[in-house]
Design a binder for this molecule. Structure first.
Ligand code: NAD
Length: 392
């Protein structure tokens, strides 16, 4: 059994998977993804997609890029969108009800519908014997995520969560740096993702808590918190003290913006989620993680994650060349690693999912990790609501 700091033996036995190799450890060198580039003819895996909006289309393109995938079934309640994506990828089996897609012989599906549907579609798919690549956030809350894990345990199928940022070459390189011990012990992390005016689809599903589960924390913060935990290997958050604010979206008509993703605003809808979340997560006495995540703030735009280790530190995901701050032969030194940064993370994510479906390796982001993240999300919202530090 190969050691994997991210999936404990108990996790594996909980989920009941027979294979124990992380896909990530099969790279040829730092930052590269040979799995995505393997074109040896393997038996094709028939795949389907439920939900063909912004991200469903990206999944369709990613499967089209995988030589070992055959996109054979698509589903969306929007008939026009269904026709458009089906025509583009020449898919004949088209459905407006996902339960009909699950009756086909697809072995695996991507679930790309809104967050409130993740649990139901995932559970139905697992019961139908399908492997699933489930978009983030895993669910609206930890209770729903636990339902998926329990169903997976009986179904013995792959569940991979769409934590696509893990597949960015710089993330893979940092993970190697941490695992090699070159950064030493990671004792603090920062996750910062600030948009000045970036509330998506004001009044639509993103800003309706019953449908989205929350605001920027659960939408984009989940990527950054996952990345910090994945890269550091810290998967046991113990306590959190957090605060959320709703200063911009709540009064919808007074919200000033330049452009709107998933817009225009729907003033007949609701915005009852936070637009800023901040807090401190403790991992026992070993490490801490501070976060600031905003859809809207009177602040400069800013995006990065940072890992501080006692031998080296790194700031990444900020659009700048990766720099490792360390010491070399008695002096402070900045190392700028050279690596191939050309691979498309969605293609790599799909390729790793297919490899996991064939039983060649672990899913690239497991359901157990997804559940841990949802517990953390719940704890953050609970702490913000109560004004107290919360035990996780
Ligand atoms: N990984 C990423 O970087 C990333 C980026 C964007 C969105 N997402 C996630 O992907 C999911 C979808 O987001 P999106 O931006 O594509 O949303 P979207 O609104 O653009 O697309 C959702 C699609 O689902 C369809 N749909 C709704 N109900 C359905 C049902 N019952 N059966 C089948 N189809 C149904 C809609 O018609 C729509 O086409 C969300 O969970 C979101 O958080 C992830």
């Amino acid at each position: 059994m190969e050691a994997d700091a991210y999936i404990t033996p108990s996790t594996v036995s909980t989920i009941g998977l027979a294979f124990l190799r992380p896909c990530d450890n099969r790279r040829a060198s730092a930052g590269e993804h040979p799995i995505a580039e393997i074109h040896i003819m393997k038996q094709k895996i028939k795949v389907g997609i439920v939900g063909l909006g912004a991200i469903g289309k990206v999944h369709a393109d990613a499967y089209a890029h995988c030589a070992d995938a055959e996109l054979t079934a698509l589903c969306d309640v929007d008939a026009g969108r269904l026709a458009e994506v089906s025509e583009k990828h020449q898919v004949k089996a088209r459905f407006t009800d996902y339960r009909d897609l699950l009756k086909t012989d697809v072995a695996a599906i991507s679930i790309c519908v809104g967050n409130h549907l993740h649990r139901d579609v995932a559970v139905a798919a697992l019961r139908a014997g399908k492997h699933i690549l489930l978009e983030k956030p895993m669910t609206l809350n930890a209770g729903q995520a636990a339902d998926i894990v329990a169903t997976q345990k009986k179904a013995h199928k792959v569940v991979q969560i769409g934590m696509v940022n893990r597949q960015k070459p710089e993330a893979q390189l940092i993970r190697e740096e941490v695992q090699s011990g070159r950064l030493g012990e990671i004792y603090h992390m920062r996750a910062v993702l600030i948009r000045r005016r970036g509330i998506p689809g004001l009044g639509g599903w993103f800003t309706t808590k019953a449908v989205s589960g929350g605001g920027p924390l659960i939408d984009i913060g989940v990527h950054w918190l996952d990345l910090c935990m994945y890269l550091s290997g810290q998967w046991h958050p113990t306590r959190v003290s957090a605060m959320t604010y709703a200063k911009f979206g709540a009064n919808m008509r007074s919200y000033k913006y330049v452009s709107m993703w998933a817009g225009p605003p729907n003033y007949a809808g609701v915005c009852n989620v936070e637009d800023f979340a901040t807090g401190l997560v403790r991992f026992g006495r070993k490490a801490t993680l501070s976060f600031e995540i905003a859809w809207a703030a009177n602040s400069e735009e800013s995006a990065y994650i940072e890992l501080m280790g006692d031998k080296g530190g790194v700031r990444a995901m900020d659009g700048k060349p990766l720099k490792i701050l360390t010491e070399y032969e008695g002096r402070l030194a900045d190392i700028t690693p050279q690596f191939n940064a050309t691979s498309n993370p969605f293609h790599v994510q799909a390729a790793k999912f297919l490899a996991a479906c064939r039983g060649e390796c672990h899913p690239a982001a497991t359901s157990a990790e997804g559940l841990t993240l949802m517990r953390l999300m719940d704890g953050i919202y609970k702490s913000a609501k109560s004004g107290q530090e919360v035990a996780l």
